[in-house]
Design a binder for this molecule. Sequence first.
Ligand code: ADP
Ligand code: MG
Length: 728
Amino acid sequence: MNKMRFECVHEATKKHAAEFPVPKGRPSEYFGELVFNREKMQKYLDAKTLKALLNCIDNGAQLDRDVADGVAAGMKQWAMEHGVTHCCHWFQPLTETTAEKHDSFMEYDWKGGMIEAFEGSSLVQQEPDASSFPSGGIRATFEARGYTAWDPTSPVFIMDDCLFIPTVFVSYTGESLDYKAPLKKSIKAVCEAALPICQLFDPSVSHVQSNLGWEQEYFLVDDGLYAARPDLIACGRTLMGHASAKNQQMDDHYFGQIPTRVQAFMTDLEIQGHRLGIPMKTRHNEVAPNQFEFAPIFGETNLAVDQNMLIMGVMKKVARRHGFRILLHEKPFEGINGSGKHNNWSLSTNTGVILLAPGKDPMGNLQFVTFFVNVLMALKRHGALLKASIASATNAHRLGANEAPPAIISAFLGKTMTDVMRKLLTVADDTEIVIAGKHPYDLGLVEIPAIFVDNTDRNRTSPFAFTGNRFEFRAVGSKANCSGAMTTLNSAVAEQLIDFKKLVDAELATGVSLQVACMRTLKPMIAEVLDTVCFDGNGYSDEWQREAQKRGLDTERCVPKMFLENVKPSAVDMFEKLGVFTAAELQARNEVKFETYVKLIQIEARTLGDLAINHIIPAATTYQSQLLKNVALMKSLFPQEWESLSAYEISLIKKIAGFNAEIKMKVDAMVEKRRIANRIEDAYEKAMAYYEIAESFMGIRRPIDSLEEIVDDNVWPMPKYRELLWIR
Ligand code: ADP
Ligand code: MG
């Protein structure tokens, strides 16, 4: 390794917080200490205010002005006891990150001094000057300002010296400008659609909840090395780099011993997460070198999304303290695994039943099968739309790139549930679904296990897998806001449940039992999903590509084309019916998607061009000049034999000249393509032009990676994969 690069590593290693973070007390003692949760509400609000606020949180009641003032006063007192001086409305615009504008509590007291003030009005609503956030023309079209409005179902929290208030971001006329508002609408839709079905089985159910348990994958790199890689800084991924001799081929990183520096980071992150009320539970090494994962205990979807957005920000800050940088990009390094964010999703009732887990008795099992099959039907109807919900310029490197997930949305059921589905098709409608193992003889009954033994039957190549009491949507990108995927999934399931309920009601009207009505309705659905969206084989194989096409499943790999699904009639109809999006909102949001796609590829193209011309070619030329000098000296010293003595150097000189010329020619061609693309007005056409540009990156990268193999290590200007990929 050359001296400059060696020092980068060395500095980072020295800089890391040598002391292992020591928490104050046990996690259960400091869990949620920075969150204005129910316990704090009890302590800081009077009885009347508390009652009104809980009514608002639990039942969606309106909050009037004096209650808001009372809540704000309690929050202010609590916050100031923690040294807080500022507050902000925290929201999730379509930039895929979070936004915050801090205002101090400071106000004139009009007696010549200052006081700390925080009114209900500042808590409930604000009008940030948010004209620079992407809106896809909504703001212009509706001539509307953007407002942030408090979401009381997600608790207020403290970070550093600021009180953070989770909010939705909407236009004056009510159009969503963010991820949270549509997510909340989709949660309402799916819970309202599921409730009457649950009540057929148990009239005492009064509320259904949508749950999310995300698993966050990420890479760590040394701070110093990161600083020496302009591509990591600008794009979050490497645009070039020859493969490291050792990468993940030994499978020795996955679940391996966690490096001490990394564990110090993880412990620190967990402490911060727990203080912020995030129930972080699991941590481990992932498959690729320098790749790790953590996951909290699952919770209500809206809150779980907020916690994920929050912790992604916290991760970045904590990593710096330990001499690291976090890479949340879906594919930071070519040739090794990329990162995703598995979204474990389920529905549950206020009576404690998880609707995607087997029940306690035959009717409970029938209810489980009912929800299970309806989720599969939703997937069958809207698979392409679900893929659009997770598609992005960055996630495109995973989709269909021979790694989880394939670019075809299918569901993995496992052998047990596949057998159950097949059996259900053959039995009489009044056959009970019983718990397996309780009947010594085969009575021709449909049997399911009381619980699924997890992990026994895993298929990592499936984008949507049943894992015992939930479905795991694995295609979500590691840096994505989970809301996009969850809004679409909730909506698709809501639409399907509404349709199912109508069919069951029609059967019930003929006087048959609930069991028979459900089975009659479910059977054709089971046959349909088994023939289409259910697939337990290898999702990466070429046969699956062909088979999926035969089954009529969507196999599109081009991201801008995937986005078109968002505005197809079936999608618009579904979202409008459920009140999640209007057609205008969908159109506008797609504009943003196209624009974002173009900008990301544009940044990568510029960075790649810059590195190729300003870093790589000059370094290669420096080495080439050394070789030329060597050859010239050979010639003067050994006038007879110089040609054979210098044969190797001469071949290298020629190779370098060849690669340099190839790089320059290809970069010029790419710049020309960009010039043409930039003149395109139509957002979709422009995105398609940039898609072609992205496709040309590999052609530029290959000769660069070949140069890396032959150029003197001492003159190579950037840290190499073999240095980036191993924490020291
Ligand atoms: P894996 O074996 O898939 O890597 P992990 O333990 O890393 O599993 O994460 C599983 C996630 O799924 C956790 O967040 C867990 O709380 C969540 N989970 C478990 N059961 C459910 C459920 N019924 N609904 C939603 N999420 C769930
Ligand atoms: Mg996991």
